[in-house]
Design a protein around this ligand. Sequence first.
Ligand SMILES: [Zn+2]
Length: 181
Amino acid sequence: MTRVASPPTVLQTIEGPDTCEMCGTPGLKTELVRDPFIYGTGPDAVELSADVPVHTCARCEVSFVGEAGEVARHEVVCRHLGVLTPDEIRQLRDSTGMSRDRFASLTGFGTATLARWERGDVIQNVSSDRFLRLLAHPGNQRRLRRMRGWDIQEADVIALSSRRRERYAEHAADFRLRDVA
Ligand SMILES: [Zn+2]
């Protein structure tokens, strides 16, 4: 037997797009609606609830949920599963200062996979989610960078430049200006 979700509740009227995407008529009404939905199947099915903006066109006599509503539903599912939301994944990657390609190279995730997680097309599995959470810690990023051999190269560059600095300091002593009488 299929579970049926509780009926939606209108919370309030909110700001939204002015024109209807379908007929182009202005005066679109947007309401924030608490919209319960069933997630999962069989004995695992649960009722979740997302607050989604619902747009209603008086001329078309239809109500529709836009992209913001889809994002809100996806976030509710991620929270239910206990995994990072697409926004949180993007923020995590941004905090590392790495591009998607660079982050993919560090972690071993595919660039396309990362893009799908960040867009909310696909939800990462639990082990990937835990790996991502560990990467939020700079110490773990450093360990992984060292494992990949990245920081060794960077450390070499720093060592080289400090040797160069010493050499400049020696030369500077040779070219000391004569005191002006
Ligand atoms: Zn319309």
